[in-house]
Design a protein around this ligand. Structure first.
Ligand code: ADP
Ligand code: MG
Ligand code: MG
Length: 251
């Protein structure tokens, strides 16, 4: 479903290369965890997948269902079923969360050749999804992410993910700033989205989240490259021994 081949990318502003020959394959049905020390390029990778203009791919390719997405703008990527939950979710002032959700869901339906949702059906789906995440419906009357606490923002991301039913989900540090209860709710939300037709990439600095979302594969990112891949035992190994051992082997 996702195939990243020898990806090199740099910051447009100053030309610094951040991603330096990254290879990664994630199949449909798979939950892949990307781990790595701070500054290794994890968030940069998620921005590049989203299609942010601040980054420029200089070499390699990103294939989604066998097709390159490099020429697609962020909106096209989203409507084609790629969903990114960022480490720092963007605030969207002036638009109630409900309204935002309705527009996003209907854009995606349009891309699939489906009719817009009728209001009662839309409300039913939002209520169900919000209840499953312990979210108060009153919060959805407020502008998206504006004044939301860290935990509320993460829940709002998972809510969008549930409602948009993407094919490829990338979650960047969804666990940061969450207390144990919120972490459990977010993890349950992600687990509920596991499906043979969907690939999920969980980016995390810590093993903690992976106790709740058990990954099929674990990849260590360091200096813009995947330096080691393995199964879930790799995450436990990193928790015990830190990143130094893996980095030493790769050097
Ligand atoms: P991680 O998410 O793994 O902690 P990041 O992707 O946030 O790492 O950052 C990787 C490196 O790239 C860091 O050294 C960071 O300072 C740098 N970097 C990323 N984006 C920018 C940017 N827009 N301008 C300057 N430096 C950046
Ligand atoms: Mg970081
Ligand atoms: Mg990061």
């Amino acid at each position: 479903m996702l195939e990243i081949k020898n990806l090199h990318a740099r910051i447009v502003d100053d030309g610094t290369e951040i991603i330096r020959g990254l290879d990664l394959t994630v199949k449909a049905g798979e939950v892949a965890a990307i781990m790595g020390p701070n500054g290794s390029g994890k968030s940069t990778l998620s921005y590049i997948l989203a299609g942010r203009e601040d980054y420029e791919v200089t070499e390699g390719d990103i294939l989604y269902n066998g097709q390159s997405i490099l020429e697609m703008d962020p909106a096209e990527r989203a409507t084609s079923g790629i969903f990114l939950a960022f480490q720092y979710p963007m605030e969207i002032p002036g638009v109630a969360t409900m309204e935002f959700l309705k527009v996003a869901m209907n854009e995606q339906r349009k891309a699939r050749g489906e009719e817009p949702l009728k209001v009662p059906e839309f409300l039913k789906r939002v209520k169900e999804a919000a209840a499953s995440l312990n979210m108060d419906m009153n919060m959805l009357k407020r502008p998206l992410n504006v004044g939301f606490s860290g935990g509320e923002k993460k829940r709002a991301e998972i809510l969008q993910m549930k409602l948009l039913e993407p094919k490829l989900c990338v979650l960047d540090e969804t666990d940061s700033g969450l207390d144990i209860d919120a972490l459990k709710i977010v993890a349950d939300g992600v687990n509920a989205l596991r499906s043979p037709e969907r690939a999920i990439v969980v980016i995390t600095h810590y093993q903690r989240l992976l106790e709740h979302i058990v990954p099929d594969s674990v990849h260590v990112l360091y200096k813009g490259q995947v330096i080691k891949s393995g199964d879930k035992s790799l995450a436990l190994d990193l928790e015990t021994n830190g990143y130094a051992g893996v980095i030493g082997q790769a050097a």
